[in-house]
Design a protein around this ligand. Structure first.
Ligand code: KG4
Ligand code: ZN
Length: 348
């Protein structure tokens, strides 16, 4: 069976056709995954402008879906369902995908599946690597989220911890902005960091020990915090009278990246040990980071625990991961009605 996936939660309009393989160890295969990025539009403003994003989704959605069907050599009648990101994300952007998916499912007489964006990121790991050895601990790290999930059964995601303030990707983007490096900042900082000294300055590494009053169900000691780090860099830059030299910029990038990646890796493997995980994974836009990828594999080898990553295309926002998570939900009998609405604060 083939499913059409649609993703419009932020600034990428994406549609994909994903097919079931019949192999329970590697259940899905990507037939097409079309991504229209709006980055050039938002770059001018230094970040995503929600109203511009939703308008561009409206312009792009029909063409992107047509292309995904064409590249996947799939006709509407070959499809078994339509899956769409319901949330979280920008409400105007989400509404474009949800409205399109509802109309398409109704017109083609197909079941509709509502997908949580982070379930999509988690299932990108299975789409890439096949089913993970369970229990697994997965870090979802993107521009909007930094959260650890425990997977005990396929399709069952238990939140273990999250960031108390900025997401890691957001911290990358903000640090890049204050260094005048452009948008989106993550890939630029990643590239510059490779040439820098990662111990050039002293930066704070936050370790939380207390429960978050806003999330009393979580223990809190696996939570993340990146806003102090960003402020420390802001202070460092402001304290300088002259403009930063190229050498100083690459050193700041390298040191910032080391502190962020160490925090992510340490919490991930702490959680894996605490919950007896048989595997660990990292998904979401920041999983494209070269140091995070290398350090993950290195730690996994040393601790003798298998590690999983999506390909670079499946790391950042894309509809193939939404299609995969949609197939998982469809097989569990979870479909949505015609009253489905976008939910910008949807929880998993
Ligand atoms: O998952 P994603 O495409 O969108 C959200 O759901 O947020 O993630 C985008 C985020 C941005 O903050 C971007 O700067 C970051 O992922 N990112 C990176 C890298 N590539 C993308 N951060 C660090 N290193 C990278 N190579
Ligand atoms: Zn995302």
């Amino acid at each position: 069976m083939r499913i059409l996936g649609i993703e419009t939660s932020c600034d990428e309009t994406s549609a994909a056709v994903v097919e079931e393989t019949g192999d329970s160890a590697a259940p899905w295969q990507v037939r097409s995954n079309v991504i229209a990025s709006q980055a050039p539009i938002h770059r001018e403003w230094g970040g995503v402008v929600p109203e511009l994003a939703s308008r561009q989704h409206v312009r792009d959605i029909c063409g992107v879906v047509d292309l995904a069907l064409q590249q996947g050599r799939t006709l509407w009648r070959d499809l078994g369902a339509v899956a769409v990101t319901q949330g979280p994300g920008l409400v105007g952007s989400l509404l474009v995908g949800v409205s399109f998916a509802k109309a398409a499912a109704a017109a083609a007489g197909l079941p509709l599946v509502a997908v949580h964006h982070l379930a999509g990121h988690i299932e990108s790991l299975v789409l890439q690597n096949g089913e993970l050895p369970l229990p697994a601990v997965v870090l979802v790290v993107s521009g909007g989220h930094t959260s650890l999930y425990l997977l005990e059964r396929p399709g069952d995601y238990r939140l273990l911890s999250r960031t108390r303030d900025d997401a890691a990707g957001e911290a990358y983007d903000k640090v890049a902005k204050l260094l005048g490096l452009g948008y989106p900042g993550g890939p630029i900082v990643d590239r510059l960091a490779a040439a820098g000294n990662d111990r050039a300055l002293r930066l704070p590494a936050t370790r939380l020990t207390h429960r978050d009053r806003n999330a009393p169900d979580l223990k809190g000691d696996l939570d993340f915090s990146f806003s102090g780090l960003k402020t420390a860099i802001l202070r460092h830059v402001r304290a300088r009278e002259a403009a930063l030299s190229e050498r100083e910029i690459v050193d700041i990038c390298a040191t910032f990246q080391r502190v962020v990646v160490e925090a992510l890796i340490n919490r991930l493997f702490d959680a894996a040990r605490r919950f007896g995980a048989k595997s660990v994974g990292v998904a979401g836009g920041v999983s494209a980071n070269s140091r995070l990828r290398a350090d993950l594999q290195d730690h996994g080898r040393r601790r003798e625990i298998p590690t999983f990553l999506p390909s670079l295309t499946l790391s950042t926002d894309n509809a193939a991961m939404i299609a995969a998570a949609g197939l998982r939900k469809l097989r569990a009998g979870l479909t949505a009605g015609a009253d489905l609405n976008a939910d910008p604060a949807l929880t998993l």
